[in-house]
Design a binder for this molecule. Structure first.
Ligand code: SF4
Ligand code: SF4
Length: 144
């Protein structure tokens, strides 16, 4: 009877003084790999203009059919996406859209906090995709 108890205590003591491996999420965040396939970002030129030229390659190659683009043209005939929506609820994070883009106009960030309360909130429009996602649940202690 006492033997299992002692074995348990031995195991507890073995790990008690070791470096803790538990991460105190959400106050602490994971350091993900640099090539992590997180939430997408539509990139811009230094001038601030969107790089995307609405060529539709990403929408065509996407196996989950989660990208929808409505193209338009500027007076100088430069094409741009008037609307660009990406449904994260359907996305399988394969990265094909990034691979196929000839303009490096879409990237996958390291943001991994993607949960929402409704499916509709997982559909990102162009404006949302042009912003870098911010880390969520920043600790008030750390923020203050
Ligand atoms: S990562 Fe894959 S599934 Fe997601 S939008 Fe890009 S191509 Fe589609
Ligand atoms: S993100 Fe890239 S592949 Fe997709 S429409 Fe824009 S330029 Fe084309």
């Amino acid at each position: 009877m006492i033997l299992p108890l002692l074995q348990g205590l031995k195991l507890t003591l073995k790990y008690f003084f070791r470096k803790k491996i538990t991460l105190q999420y959400p106050e602490e965040k994971w350091d993900v790999a640099p090539r992590w396939r997180g939430r997408h970002v539509l990139t811009r030129h230094a001038s601030g203009k969107i790089k995307c030229v609405a060529c539709m390659l990403c929408a065509t190659v996407c196996p989950a059919e989660c990208i929808k683009i409505v193209g338009a043209a500027e007076p100088d005939n430069r094409k741009y996406p008037e609307e660009y929506t990406l449904d994260l609820g359907r996305c399988i994070f394969c990265g094909y859209c990034v691979e196929v883009c000839p303009r490096e106009a879409i990237e996958m960030s390291t943001a991994y906090e993607l949960s929402e309360y409704s499916r509709e909130d997982l559909i990102l429009n162009k404006e949302a995709l042009m912003e870098l996602p911010q880390p969520r649940y920043v600790s008030q202690k750390k923020a203050g």
